[in-house]
Design a binder for this molecule. Structure first.
Ligand SMILES: [Zn+2]
Length: 255
């Protein structure tokens, strides 16, 4: 079994005791243009983790976190943001709980808006001696609901993509857009909500991106040590042993 959702606690106990790794997909519920569903980020995060688990049997797939920090998309109806503070606390508490049993936890994040809270949560958890790391796909490409995410959804479930409604949005880079985005939100910049150009998207390139990300996540998990070779928190206080921690090497843009 791969999914926590399919296990009773004794199996979770066995998997944790044998040094298997809990991977939690982190998504969001936010607008993704006129052509993609609001749950796009969550679906993509889950799909990558499930695919990685096919490559790396030590992965235990946790239920996805479907909400995150999406304030920049708040002017679009259907966006459900819990904000930065709640996202940080949610991640801290889930990982405190998860690391009671699991030696290692990986937070697999496909939503750029979670970068700040995730980084702060990782800092706190690492200071507590817990082995929790963040993982981001290295997709690059356009920022939000453009060719990258549209290709990914086309690969996962083309029936969920309204390609006839896909329109190009603002094509500036994240660095160029950030000041305006932070101050005014996405809607002031892009009427459709798209930041990028979805019109060149294809299922084929989406599948290649999924495969590449799954392989990268699987190899990240494979580097984590087995149980008892590594630190585990033994109580509520911080551990003095070193924890393995890797900060994000890629912020994932504005996804
Ligand atoms: Zn997204």
């Amino acid at each position: 079994m791969t999914h926590l959702a399919d296990m009773a606690w004794p199996e979770a106990s066995d998997r944790a005791a044998s040094g298997d790794v809990l991977v939690i997909p982190l998504g969001a519920t936010e607008q993704h243009g006129l052509h993609l569903p609001l749950t796009t980020d969550t679906e993509i995060a889950e799909a990558v983790v499930v695919r990685a688990a096919l490559l790396e049997p030590r992965i235990v797939v946790a239920p996805a976190v479907p909400y995150g920090s999406s304030g920049e998309h708040q002017d679009f109806p259907g966006t459900l943001s819990i904000g930065q503070e709640a996202t940080e606390l949610l991640l801290v508490e889930i990982c405190r709980s998860a690391t009671i049993a699991f030696s290692h936890v990986v937070l697999a994040c496909t939503h750029g808006g979670n970068a700040g809270p995730l980084g702060r949560a990782l800092g706190r958890l690492t200071a507590e001696g817990r082995s929790v790391r963040g993982w981001w796909p290295r997709w690059g490409g356009d920022l939000h609901a453009g060719a990258t995410e549209t290709s990914l959804l086309l690969a996962l479930d083309p029936a969920r993509v309204a390609l006839d409604k896909a329109v190009p949005g603002d094509l500036r880079t994240g660095a160029e857009l950030l000041p305006e985005l932070t101050e005014h939100g996405v809607r002031a910049i892009s009427a459709s909500g798209v930041l990028g150009d979805p019109t060149g998207a294809s299922a084929e390139s989406g599948m290649a991106l999924l495969d590449e990300a799954a392989a990268d996540l699987a190899s990240t998990v494979a580097t984590l040590s087995r149980a008892d070779e590594d630190v585990r928190p033994s109580g509520p206080g911080p551990s003095s042993a070193p924890a393995s921690f890797s900060s994000s090497s890629h912020t994932g843009g504005g996804r």
